[in-house]
Design a protein around this ligand. Structure first.
Ligand code: ATP
Ligand code: MG
Ligand code: MG
Length: 376
């Protein structure tokens, strides 16, 4: 029986473990947090990501290592890769950890990006503002997630406040043009050790305060963007010799794709695939990193995902829905924390709209569902 080691014990590790079980794959999770929610197996506790004594034991017990958490230090990933197979490889991880390296690679792969400039000093910020213009967003190059580590610059006079907030960041900053996008999409893709490559249908996403709020898949009326996104994801994966699932977050502006960022792991915008696709992102990630054949990535119909942030609402309206599915991560409630999601599926968009509207009404979540209902 294979043992899959997972670095990080959040909900992604939990859902990977759930998907791994029927494949006869055991999982061993390591995390430094006491409240890791991976649940399926008792996580091995690390003091931190440089706790090499504990990592030594971990490496000895697993066949393959993968990630729930993309900010595992590059040195730790390299150290592990000398002892055991690590997928995705440490270089892919390192690129995805740094917004500057990531956007530079996007451009090399033919994916346009918002205008961007590296910022290390207050003078750099002025120079970057002169080039990129306003409105723009100052972001930390590393460690940001859920919109954290970002400052929106509406006018040049906001530069002082932006610098005061983020200037002390030791890992450097990036200034990006603010894109008044028509829509946000993501492409979930998977590549095996043998180079087999598949994508799921494009997902449309809506964020509130920088956190994913709703997803819809397949994204309606994408036309040629599906093939374009798939080709870009494939080029990127081949450049990085990527193995496993990743997500590429995209903006659509004037009908063209712009690259925002990539996540070197299974992704929140792919959670609909659990019940909404023939094979989920979690199952295909496990298959890919273990060298097993991939499953079909087609959608079964249409799906919507409600992301539950902070605390879980009442599950009843989702459970009462014909093809509604509840996912409780077993986490403590905390403002801004991702604590669960609900997938709602249907054979066609009209039926899905009715089910989503019904759930939103019952839970008083009309605001959350409104943008998705508008395009359904
Ligand atoms: P995640 O949780 O997805 O890792 P993150 O903290 O890495 O988030 P981003 O994906 O960079 O942050 O930004 C979060 C959201 O903010 C985006 O999905 C998008 O809605 C908005 N956003 C980010 N950058 C830009 C931009 N340059 N122009 C317009 N909107 C943007
Ligand atoms: Mg991110
Ligand atoms: Mg993002």
């Amino acid at each position: 029986q294979s043992v899959l080691g997972i670095l990080g014990g959040g909900q992604l590790a939990r859902m990977l473990a759930i998907a791994a079980a029927p494949l006869g794959v055991k999982t061993l999770v390591v995390d430094s947090a006491a409240d890791a929610c991976a649940g399926q197996v008792a996580p091995l506790r690390l003091a931190d990501w440089t706790d090499f004594a504990a990592l030594e034991k971990f490496a000895a017990e697993v066949d393959v290592v993968t990630f729930d958490f993309e900010n595992v230090p590059a040195d730790t990933a390299h150290w592990l890769a000398e002892r055991v197979a690590v997928f995705p490889n440490p270089r892919a991880l390192a690129v995805a950890q740094d917004r500057l390296a990531e956007k530079t690679l996007f451009r090399e792969c033919g994916l346009q990006t918002p205008a961007f400039e590296a910022v290390d000093t207050r003078e750099d910020l002025e120079r970057a503002l002169a080039k990129v213009g306003v409105p723009s967003i100052l972001k930390t190059r590393r460690l940001g997630y859920d919109g954290k580590g970002q400052f929106r610059i509406k006018q040049r006079s906001d530069a002082d406040a932006a610098w005061e907030t983020l200037g002390a960041n030791a890992h450097g900053l990036i200034l990006e043009a603010f894109v008044p996008f028509e829509r946000e999409l993501s492409v979930l893709a998977v590549r095996t050790r043998h180079g087999d490559f598949r994508v799921w249908p494009l997902t449309q996403n809506w964020h509130t305060d920088g956190v994913l709020s709703m997803s819809l898949a397949p994204a309606p009326e994408v036309g040629a963007l599906q093939a374009r996104a798939a080709a870009l994801a494939r080029t990127l994966a081949e450049q990085l010799d990527y193995v496993g699932v990743f997500a590429l977050e995209l903006f659509v502006k004037d009908g063209e794709l712009l690259g925002n960022e990539m996540a070197p792991r299974v992704h929140n915008s792919g959670h609909w695939t659990i019940e909404g696709a023939i094979t989920s992102q979690f199952e295909n990630h496990v298959r890919a990193v273990l060298g097993l054949p991939l499953g079909d990535t087609s959608a079964r119909g249409c799906s919507a995902m409600f992301n539950w942030i902070g605390e879980l609402p009442d599950a009843t309206p989702v459970l009462n829905s014909v093809d509604g599915h509840w996912h409780d991560y077993g986490k403590q409630s905390r403002p801004g924390r991702k604590v669960g999601h609900a997938n709602v599926c249907a054979q066609d968009a009209k039926t899905l709209a009715a089910r989503v509207a019904e759930i939103a009404r019952a839970l008083q979540r009309q605001d959350q569902a409104a943008p998705a209902l508008q395009v359904l």
